[in-house]
Structure formats: C-alpha cells, structure tokens
Design a binder for this molecule. Structure first.
Ligand code: GLN
Length: 464
C-alpha cells in the first residue's frame, strides 16, 4: 500500500489508524519472514490512538500522517534495542535517537520496529545476521538481497509503507531490486548519518525503501538536511520545475561482456531503454573506465574503514564483553571471537592487512587513486547528461541459503551500485516491470536529488 491509498482509507473512514497498525503487527507475526529484529508495538499502538483522536477534530490528512515506517537496526532509536544484527550489541539500548529518527518523531509517522540486516551491514543477503536470514516475500525461495534485507522485505510484505535502510555499497538498492520495491540512496550526507552505526564512513548513507518514488520523497523531505551534530550533512536545493523527458540528455552505461551481466537482466534493461527511447529522449551510450575492477577498489577502501569504525565495539566502549580473561589481549580476542560473526572478522582482518605499513602503498593508495578517477569521470559526465542509467544489479537473486558459505557473494552483483557510493552521487532503483525481477538504477548529479526524484517519477510511469 502506498501513502495515497492509505490516506484515502483513513479519510473515508474505511479504517482507523489503530485498527490498521494493529493489523500490521498481526501480519508481521503471521508472515514470519523475519523482517524485524525488535518491534515497537506498544509505542506504535499508543501513537495510533493519539492520531485517531487528531483525526476526529480534523479530516485534513497529509504528509506522513499514520504512515508506518520500518527502521534498519543500525540506526539508533532511544530506548528501543538497536543491535546492527550483531551478537555484540544483542542487548544495546541507545540513550538517544539518530538525527533522522528525531526528525521522524516530530511527524505523525509511526515507527513499526527495527529491521533485520546483515551484521553491521556487511553482506548482501541478511545471511550474516546473528538473528537469522530474512525471507524474501516476493519469492520465498530466493535471497531478499542485503544488507537492508528487512527494510526492503517489510515494504514488499506490506508490513510497513516506508523504511529506512543504509547503503554503503548498494545495501538499499540491492534488496529493493530482489524484493521488487523502490530503493533510494541519496547524495552522501543528504540524510544525516548522526546516530547511525558506521560501517565505512566515507561511503555510508541512509537510504529509503518504498513502493514508489513519491513515497520516497515524503520521507526524504521530512528527514533530510544539515544538522549541527554531523558535519558531513548537507542541505539540498529544491527543484520545482516540471520534467519533460524528451528534453533530457540521458547516458546509458554500455554493458560490456566483462561485467558479466546476466542475459535476463540485459534483455529487461534493453526493453526499458527502448521504452524510454520511444519518448524521443536523447540517449547516448557511454563507458566508464576501470569499471571492471570497481569491486576490488570498493573492497579495499571499505575494509580499511570498517576496521577503524568497528574498533569501538570492543566490549569496553560498546558491546558485550566476557567476564573471564587473562590479559588485555585475551579480553579483546575473546570478545571479538565470541561476539562477532565470520564476515565481520574477515573484514577486520582484511582492513588491517590493506592498511598495514607494508601494504599501504600497494592497495589503499591505488584504490584511492581509482576512486578519484571514477569521480572525475562522473563529474565530466554530469556536465553533459542529466542522468546515467544502468541495471541495479548484474544478476538475479541467488537461492536463499546459497550465500551463507560463500564469502564472495556479498560483492557479486554490485558494480553499478559501488560507482555511486565511490563518487557520492545519488541514485534510485526502480523495478523495470512490476511483478518481475530486475531493476533500473538511475543516477543523478551530486546534490541534485530533488531533480533525480522528479525524473525517476516520470520514468517510473513510462517503464512500468
Ligand atoms: N554488499 C556490500 C558489502 O557487503 C554492500 C554492503 C552495504 O551497502 N552495506 O559490502
């Protein structure tokens, strides 16, 4: 259900906010998709009651009124358990709200609960979650993607209307694609990261899952913008112009053989481009240099940042700790051995390796050089084009459970996603056909998120 139909139902008296929110919690229990780690049931029902009272005195419904929002479990919520799907934070109750949550609480939206994810957002299937994997509501036999698995799945299962996720290397867009919903990763900093648990701080951004582009915009507008406690947060310019697709300059990334895009995705993508072309849109095919190694570039920088960001989860500052130990080293070793999963440990080790004195020049600096090379290319392209199109992922989802013992699976579909995280530009993933797997990724210019959303809304109308 989208916001518009929900508001219609509220205003014509078809249902009260309370009855809807109550039915939502019943559904979550019955579905058993493991979309949520912690529910916010009592508070949500309380707020629903208040909103019904409000509704009595005014029939005017707008914004996020009575809209259920799911929140990824690496975003801090005051007095509501926040685990990042890690055993280390199994009992962690934050003392304050993340900035976006603080802003959300000032609206009439209702927080449903905290969604399942890969541990500390490291993974692409939720199979690294300490709380077990999420089931894909779109097709139970397939992985829901990740790491914001529960956020995308909660939308697909109609357990929420909007969801916050986080996107470091595709984690909002990848599960959106695999669960057949919309996923938006804004310009770096457009949604403040204050109070989100960092994975790789120069790539991390808060993102949004929804049923359509319009709903994305509602939540984005209610929570975006600069804040005093996050110096990387930014304000965006509004964009009120109407979009005429035929006046746009559109770039399409050439799907070279070495990218190993699956034939089904290629076919769907070409069909979508064809539909856009029929509207007299000026489309040109472009190449991005070194795109074939972008996974490696992402992995090196990400692991180095992970290793430094995760250092604070040491059992002293944050996280569970063992009671019995022989020495300081033993304390650290035991905590990390017992309270972190395989994937997190692997990335800590890799990060240390890539950043070590001997290797620094070889891997990290080389990766940073390439990051600049991607950035320069993207900057040049956006001087000429309004948007850049690609598929969201290069392959259809794997079977559920298949990724568990394959460390490389976290990285195997994301090259076009990484491109946006490495260059800090916004992008949105929309299903190419409702009810069919395979999504289109639309990249916009840095800080031109409002324009991107307008264009995406037009394209959504054309291809679906
Ligand atoms: N799948 C990627 C990884 O495991 C992306 C994760 C993310 O965006 N949080 O690194």
């Amino acid at each position: 259900m989208d916001i518009k139909s929900l508001h219609e139902k509220y205003s014509n008296g078809e249902m009260s906010v309370y009855s809807y929110i109550e039915s939502l919690f019943n559904k979550i229990e019955k579905d058993n998709y493991n979309t949520f780690i912690t529910l916010n049931k009592e508070n949500a029902l309380e707020k629903a009651k208040e909103l019904d009272e409000k509704l009595k005195s005014s029939k005017e419904i707008s914004g996020l009124f009575g809209v259920p929002v799911a929140v990824k479990d690496n975003i801090l919520t005051k007095d509501l358990r926040t685990t990042a799907a890690s055993k280390s934070l199994e009992n962690f109750i934050p003392m304050y709200d993340a900035k976006i949550i603080e802003r959300l609480k000032n609206t009439d939206a209702i927080i449903v609960g905290k969604t399942n994810m890969d541990e500390f957002a490291m993974g692409g299937s939720s199979e690294t979650s300490y709380f077990g994997p999420t089931i894909n509501p779109f097709d139970n036999a397939l992985t829901p993607g990740g790491s914001s698995s529960g956020s995308a799945a909660s939308i697909a299962a109609e357990e929420a209307v909007l969801a916050f996720g986080s996107d470091t290397g595709g984690s909002v867009r990848n599960p959106a694609d695999f669960c057949n919903v919309v996923g938006f990763a804004p310009t770096y900093g457009a949604l403040p990261r204050m109070g989100s648990i960092s994975m790789s701080n120069s790539f991390d951004r808060i993102g949004i899952n929804a049923n359509n582009v319009n709903d994305v915009r509602e939540l984005f507008n209610a929570t975006r913008g600069k804040c005093d406690t996050d110096f990387t947060s930014i304000d965006l310019e509004d964009f009120d112009e109407d979009i005429d697709l035929s006046k746009l300059n559109v770039a399409v990334i050439n799907l070279k053989d070495e990218y190993k895009v699956s034939p089904q995705i290629k076919e769907l993508f070409e069909e979508s481009i064809q539909k856009i072309k029929e509207l007299n849109v000026n489309i040109e095919y472009i190449d991005i240099d070194h795109l074939d190694v972008i996974g490696e570039v992402y992995t090196v920088i990400m692991c180095v940042e992970v290793e430094s960001n995760i250092a604070k989860i040491d059992g002293l500052r944050y996280g569970q700790s063992v009671v019995e130990y022989d020495s300081t080293d033993d304390f650290y070793i035991k905590n990390r051995t017992q309270f972190f999963g395989e994937e997190v440990k692997r990335r800590i080790v890799l990060g240390n390796f890539f950043a070590s004195k001997d290797n620094e020049q070889k891997y990290y600096k080389q990766a940073m050089k390439l990051r600049w090379a991607y950035k320069n290319q993207i900057d040049e392209l956006f001087k000429k084009y309004d948007i850049i199109l690609s598929p969201t992922t290069i392959a259809l989802p794997r079977k559920a459970g298949e990724s568990k013992n394959d460390a490389s699976s976290s990285f195997d579909v994301g090259i076009f996603n990484y491109l946006t995280n490495l260059t800090n530009v916004p992008s949105i993933s929309i299903p190419m056909e409702k009810g069919k797997l395979g999504s289109l990724q639309i990249m916009g210019n840095r800080e031109e998120d409002m324009k991107l959303l307008k264009i995406a809304e037009e394209i959504e109308g054309v291809i679906r």
